[in-house]
Design a protein around this ligand. Sequence first.
Ligand SMILES: N[C@@H](CCC(=O)N[C@@H](CS)C(=O)NCC(=O)O)C(=O)O
Length: 199
Amino acid sequence: MTLFSNPLCAHSHRVRIVLAEKGINIDIVDVDDTDLPEDLLDLNPYNSVPTLVDRDLVLYDSRVIVEYLDERFPHPPLMPVDPVSRAQFRLALYRIERDWYTTAAEIEAAGDKKPALKARKILKESVISSAEVFSAKPYFLSDEFSLVDATIAPILWRLPRYGIELPASAAGVQGYMERIFARRSFQASLTELERELRQ
Ligand SMILES: N[C@@H](CCC(=O)N[C@@H](CS)C(=O)NCC(=O)O)C(=O)O
């Protein structure tokens, strides 16, 4: 299997976390968004990373990829088994993608310009308002690490890059971040450039 991944991309990081959680060995090809390899252009009509190639199967979109990996490599499972909990976790994935990933992309795209200020404020308030959920259990609504945690973690790791500092009142989020970031698999998922974001 091959994963086309950008070393600073949150969506690619999400997939790398799942690979590390499951101990899957795979070729990771680092790509630069501005200079995509020919192979990738042929494989993915959206020319985006992450893109996973597993023999004849080519997958893009990080959600599609992580759900495939969870089914193809069932241990450890990263989704609950009962339908109600699965639906709740899927809804959480949808909301994190829609609210956090979209806002984070706006911050990245705006750089130092004014729209970044608004997007930064929105993301910061959204993270702070989730503090209670993060302190209820060791992981997101669960005693076990899941696809939801693998989706949240890349955004929280990048808070310094987004210019977001959490206040002391968000202690629940801080504790959650410490638990996630200390995991061996999370550490193994980081690229050099990602590691530098918090050095
Ligand atoms: N919904 C996609 C978004 C992926 C995405 O935005 N990737 C960025 C890099 S972080 C990219 O490839 N941008 C180049 C492009 O879309 O042309 C996913 O979850 O994989």
